[in-house]
Ligand binder design. Sequence first.
Ligand code: SF4
Length: 392
Amino acid sequence: MKKPELLAPAGDLERLKIALLYGADAVYIGGAFNLRANADNFKLEEIKEGVEYAHKLNKKVYVTVNIALHNKEYEKVENYLKKLDKINVDAIIVSDPVIIEMAKQTNLEVHLSTQASTLNKEAIEFWKKENVSRIVLARECTKEDIIDIKNNIDIELEVFIHGAMCASYSGRCVLSNFLTNRDSNRGGCSQICRWDFNLYDDKHLEGEKPFTFCTKDLSMAKHIPELIDMKVDSLKIEGRMRSIYYIATVVKVYRTLIDNYCHNKEKYAYNLKYESILRRVANRDSITQFFDGNFGKDVQYYNGRQEITNQDFLGLVLDYDEKTNLAKLEQRNYFKKGDKVEIFGPDKSFNFIIENIYDEEKNEIEIVRHPKQIVYLKVPKKVSVNDMMKIC
Ligand code: SF4
């Protein structure tokens, strides 16, 4: 059975390394010309470092160059592509046809961004002739659309499996421009579709609660076997702005689901515990969106913004001393002696009750309350750098 690629987002080098360490086969990052103005975009030397790191692990790095290009940027983008080619990025993710044309002067592989809103075979035939090697399908594709395309055209398909949605065809929206003077197609989307609005009928306020277009998120955990059977080439997680904790958790869950199904299809059984792990790191409810054709009013919150936050992520392991069983931890949220916690990493997960905590001078302390505070913790099993501690 062909294992699909698991593709994760990375907003900076730290997140790139965490995504690959926790099981992603490839990451996509933003450089100089992409739609995430607020993500900590990579400078060229950082892209180079990320590419070298990934290639050592036999993994890949794709760079998004998916802006809608203005005339004045033509030469800058052309030069930028040459530089990306030189540092051996594995592909660029593009939506503007002129950038696809420019890429023909390089050895860069081209993936068509979801920003191109590709939903049908004819469009894909067109892009294939333009040397595009992979299509990132529009999030609005149904299962039938994907099957039909996969069965009729020999081209790599990338499908979103997890993360936030856009209330328009991905980013093709000017609400943000009109209301906040921030351009969705230049990486400035202020997500005003998630704001609360008062609705008026003529002069009268409609309803008791504010109205919002805020969509629920996408989660395809349950449908991973179907996507593998459909021979989708790459399964993509959304979220270059997300934390290392979110990336580690989501990547690890999907890594496990893909590996378990590919290892033994007959014995594979979906376990609801994965949904609850994903729910703990989510900001909103998740559903399968357009995939199963049940798209309707339940995919959005109409009555007011509903977002969930939690303080589950307690600390990041920076070091471990096998002689003393002391883990060096950088604090991310408040915890104290007596708390029941879980340590998880790419290859481990165990629970324990915190018995001893020490500060940097090795004085015993009861509570860890300061952001990024460095502490030492007695742990019952061996841990590794980049393991994480969370509320149990
Ligand atoms: S404002 Fe909302 S609908 Fe418009 S591009 Fe941003 S996320 Fe999409």
